[in-house]
Design a protein around this ligand. Structure first.
Ligand SMILES: Nc1nc2c(c(=O)[nH]1)N[C@H]1C(S)=C(S)[C@@H](COP(=O)(O)O)O[C@H]1N2
Ligand SMILES: [Mo]
Length: 506
C-alpha cells in the first residue's frame, strides 16, 4: 500500500534530486554550448524580457543592478518546488514524475531556442538534463515502497545517492559558472592595445575636481561606474569574432571587424552617462573618458536613405536602443567606444565595443556588446524599452545632486562645504543654486569642465548653526532653463524634481 505522508516526502526528495541532476548536467554542458543555453539562464532571460513596464523600476532596483543572482535563485527555488510536488505525485503514479520532467524540458528548450542568436544546438543542455532527471527518478521509484515511513533501502538511497547527486550538481553548477567566466574573454580584453588617438587627447582643465570626501570624483573610476543591463550573464564577445554590421535603409551596407575599427581615426572625450531610471539624488550616473570612432564617420560612409530617422543599435544578446539619426549626425561626439578611462572597455561595460552618445539617456543610445546598427524609422521599429512603455525620445534632463553633507548626516556646527554635481549633458550647466531652509537661493561656485557633455561639480561655503536644516539644490542649463521642481518618477522619460536633504547640525 502506497501513499503515507512519509512516502510523499520521499517522492518530493526524489523529485528534487532529479531536478538537481538535470541542472547539474545542463550547467556542465552549457560550459561548452554557451551560458545562454543553460535552462536557468535562458528561462531567467525570458522572465527579464517579460517584466512589464510598470515594474521596470522595481526590477531595475532588484535585478538589473546587483541582484541578478536573486532571479537565478528564485528560478531555482521555483524549480525545486515544482520538482517536489511532481516527485510526490510520482509515488502514486510514475507518469506524473515523467510528465513533470517533460514540462521542465519543454520550458527550458523553448526558452533556450528562442533567445537572441541562439545556436541550433541550444536545446542540448536541457534535453540532456531531462534525460538525467528521468534516470534518477526511475532509480528512485525502483526502491521498495514502504507501508509507512521509509524503508531501509529508501533511507540509504536518499542519504547516499540523492545526497551525492545534489552535492555533485551544486559543485558542477558553481564550477561551470566560474570556468565559463574565467575562460571568457578577459585575457583577450587585457591583451588589447588601445591605439593612439588621431586628434589632441581629452584633457581636464585644472580645478575640475574639488576632491572632497563624499563628493563624487569628476572622473568615475571604472570599478565604481554604475551598471545597468538586461543580461543575466555578461556576454563574452571575442574581438576576433566581433563584427559590426551597418545595414537597413542605407546606400551601402558596411561590415567592420575589430581590427578595422581600431585602425580608424579615433577621438577621446569626457562624457557623462546617465540612466533614465535614476531617481532624483540617485547614483545611476557616471563620468568617464571614452575613446572611440565617431558614429558620424561610419554613417556618412553607409549613407542613410531618406526617412531613416532612427538608428537602432543592437547588442549580441538582442538588446536594442533607438537613437535619432539627426542626433548622431549633428556634430556631437557620439562614438563607438573601445576604451574607458584609458583601458580597453571593461567586459561588463560592453567589451569590445559600445555606443556612447552625449546628451541621451543610456536606454536610447548606449548599447553595450554592440553587434549592429540598423537604419530604420521611429514609425517602423520600437526598441527594447520603448516596447515596454518608455519614451522613444530620451534627452537627459537637467539635474543636480547634493553629495556632501550626506542626507541624514550630523555635521558639527561651524564652517561647512555643501557640494555636489549637476548635469545637463550637451547643453551644459550655467548655474547651480542652493537653498538652506526657507532662505534665499544662493549661487554656488561652479568648478571647471572640459565640455558641455559632462557633469559639473559645484560647492558652497556655509556656516552651519546647530539644529535641523533642509538643503535643496537646483541647476540651470546654458539655454537658461532652470530645473523644474515638479516631481515626476523616472517612467517614462526621466525623473524630475529638486534634490533635497535633511541634516542635524550639532
Ligand atoms: N546590451 C545592452 N546595452 C545596454 C543596456 C542593456 O540592457 N543591454 N542598457 C542600457 C542602459 S539602460 C544604460 S543606462 C547603459 C548603462 O551603461 P553601463 O552599465 O556601462 O553604466 O547601458 C545601456 N546599454
Ligand atoms: Mo538605463
Amino acid at each position: 500500500m502506497l501513499g503515507g505522508v512519509r512516502s510523499r516526502t520521499y517522492g518530493a526528495l526524489a523529485g528534487i534530486t532529479a531536478a538537481a541532476a538535470a541542472i547539474g548536467v545542463a550547467e556542465g554542458l552549457a560550459v561548452l554550448t554557451g551560458a545562454a543555453t543553460a535552462p536557468l539562464v535562458a528561462v531567467g532571460g525570458v522572465v527579464i524580457d517579460a517584466v512589464p513596464a510598470q515594474v521596470k523600476n522595481f526590477a531595475v532596483d532588484v535585478f538589473y543592478t546587483y541582484d541578478k543572482l536573486a532571479l537565478l535563485v528564485g528560478t531555482l527555488v521555483l524549480l525545486a518546488a515544482f520538482a517536489a510536488v511532481t516527485g510526490a505525485l510520482a509515488t502514486k503514479r510514475a507518469i506524473f514524475g515523467y510528465a513533470g520532467i517533460g514540462i521542465f524540458a519543454a520550458v527550458g528548450i523553448a526558452a533556450a531556442l528562442t533567445r537572441h542568436n541562439a545556436p541550433w544546438y541550444a536545446f542540448v543542455p536541457t534535453l540532456a538534463g531531462a534525460v538525467a532527471a528521468a534516470g534518477v527518478l526511475h532509480l528512485a521509484l525502483r526502491q521498495e515502497p514502504a507501508e509507512s515511513g521509509y524503508t531501509y533501502e529508501q533511507r540509504r538511497w536518499l542519504l547516499r545517492v540523492a545526497g551525492g547527486i545534489i552535492a555533485g550538481a551544486a559543485v558542477i553548477g558553481f564550477a561551470g559558472r566560474w570556468w565559463a567566466t574565467r575562460r571568457g574573454v578577459q585575457a583577450e580584453r587585457d591583451a588589447v592595445h588601445v591605439p593612439e588617438i588621431s586628434e589632441s587627447p581629452a584633457t581636464l582643465p585644472p580645478q575640475a575636481d574639488a576632491q572632497l570626501a563624499d563628493l563624487a570624483p569628476f572622473v568615475t573610476p571604472n570599478k565604481d561606474f554604475y551598471l545597468i543591463d538586461t543580461a543575466l550573464v555578461v556576454p563574452q564577445v571575442s574581438p576576433r569574432d566581433w563584427k559590426l554590421r551597418i545595414h537597413g535603409r542605407v546606400e551601402r551596407e558596411l561590415t567592420i571587424t575589430y581590427d578595422e575599427l581600431l585602425k580608424r581615426p579615433m577621438i577621446e572625450r569626457y562624457i557623462t552617462l546617465a540612466c533614465v531610471s535614476n531617481e532624483v539624488g540617485g547614483g545611476l550616473i557616471g563620468n568617464a573618458r571614452w575613446q572611440g570612432v565617431r558614429v558620424k564617420d561610419l554613417l556618412d560612409e553607409a549613407g542613410p536613405k531618406q526617412g531613416a530617422d532612427q538608428v537602432v543599435s543592437r547588442s549580441v544578446d538582442g538588446f536594442t536602443a533607438g537613437t535619432p539619426t539627426a542626433v548622431l549626425l549633428d556634430g556631437r561626439d557620439a562614438m563607438l567606444a573601445i576604451a574607458m578611462n584609458g583601458e580597453p572597455l571593461p567586459i561588463e561595460h560592453g567589451f569590445p565595443v559600445r555606443m556612447v552618445v552625449p546628451g541621451l539617456y543610456g536606454y536610447v543610445s548606449a548599447t553595450k556588446w554592440l553587434a549592429e546598427l540598423e537604419l530604420t524609422s521611429f514609425a517602423d521599429f520600437d526598441a527594447y524599452w520603448i516596447k515596454r512603455g518608455w519614451a522613444a525620445q530620451g534627452p537627459i534632463k537637467t539635474q543636480s545632486r547634493i553629495d556632501t553633507p550626506r542626507d541624514g548626516g550630523e555635521p558639527k556646527a561651524g564652517p561647512l562645504v555643501i557640494a555636489g554635481v549637476a548635469w545637463a549633458q550637451h547643453r551644459g550647466v550655467s548655474k547651480v543654486e542652493v537653498q538652506v531652509d526657507d532662505g534665499e537661493w544662493q549661487r554656488a561656485e561652479l568648478l571647471a569642465v572640459p565640455s558641455v557633455d559632462t557633469w559639473r561639480q559645484w560647492r558652497l561655503q556655509w556656516t552651519a548653526a546647530p539644529g535641523r536644516h533642509r538643503i535643496t539644490v537646483r541647476a540651470t542649463d546654458n539655454a537658461g532653463q532652470t530645473q523644474t521642481d515638479a516631481v515626476a518618477p523616472p517612467d517614462p522619460d526621466g525623473a524630475t524634481g529638486w534634490h533635497s536633504i535633511a541634516i542635524d547640525v550639532r
